[in-house]
Design a binder for this molecule. Structure first.
Ligand code: MG
Length: 245
């Protein structure tokens, strides 16, 4: 490129930029009106928003089943669903991908055990990626395994748990990983978690399955169920709803 040509291109760039910014003089030019977000009635601490899929509202457990398809055998009493130790995890009947998930949980009022043995459950997105549920109020365990950790992957920014016997809320925004036709992961999953309204996982990259032993695995999958874990402790749940994203 000759010097003359370089100067010419530079001048074209400068005048082009000036022309572009000069031609926008009307504020309306940068307004975007479509699409219009549809109106949704927000919930409050106990009510789901109007466009949510209700997974548990206290009246029944129809949205869930055990791994063999059997009806939920956990204890449903006065609108509260409690893990019955040994009956096994429960799974949504419907499979999900990207979603906003809300649930409320409470650890057993009678404190039994310590560390991972106290009020342990968990919510698994796509049946693979666990957001830990644990009585982590004055109960030390490994940081990447305490409540609201992405189990064995990501330590929560803070511990925002309420004392034993009080309800905690999890609000989770989940972006599923994607895989190509060869089964290779092309985009990681990401997860954002608020505990009792406090941000504890900020667009955290999910490295793969949340394994008790060993490193995360990345085997291709599509939409899948949400799991609530039976870890042998009578953890209670209420107000579980989801919005597909
Ligand atoms: Mg767990």
């Amino acid at each position: 490129m000759t010097l003359l040509s370089r100067v010419f291109h530079f001048l074209v760039f400068v005048f082009g930029t000036l022309a572009l910014s000069a031609q926008i003089t009307d504020p309306v030019a940068t307004e975007v009106w479509e699409p219009e977000p549809k109106a949704v009635s927000p919930g409050d601490a106990t009510l789901a928003p109007s466009d949510a899929i209700i997974l548990f509202d206290g009246s029944h457990t129809e949205a869930w089943a055990h791994s063999d398809g059997a009806s939920v055998n956990w204890t449903l009493d006065q609108g509260i669903l409690t893990v019955k130790a040994g009956t096994g995890a429960i799974f949504t009947k419907e499979k999900f991908g990207d979603c906003q998930l809300h649930l409320e949980w409470r650890s057993p009022t009678e404190i039994v055990g310590e560390g991972q043995g106290r009020g342990n459950s968990g919510v698994f997105l796509q049946n693979r990626y666990e957001v830990q549920i644990l009585d982590s109020y004055l109960n030390r365990t490994y940081s990447n395994g305490q409540a609201s950790s992405i189990y064995k992957q990501s330590i929560p920014l803070v511990n925002a748990l309420r004392p034993v016997g009080e309800w905690n809320s999890y609000d989770i925004i989940y972006k599923a990983p994607s895989f190509n036709d060869d089964g290779i992961k092309t985009n990681s999953g990401y997860i954002t978690v608020l505990v009792n309204g406090v941000l504890v996982q900020n667009h955290t990259e999910i490295k793969g399955t949340t394994e008790y032993i060993g490193l995360p695995k990345n085997v291709a999958h599509g939409n899948d169920v949400i799991q609530l874990q039976d870890h042998g402790n009578p953890v209670s749940f209420r107000n579980i709803w989801l919005r597909k994203l």
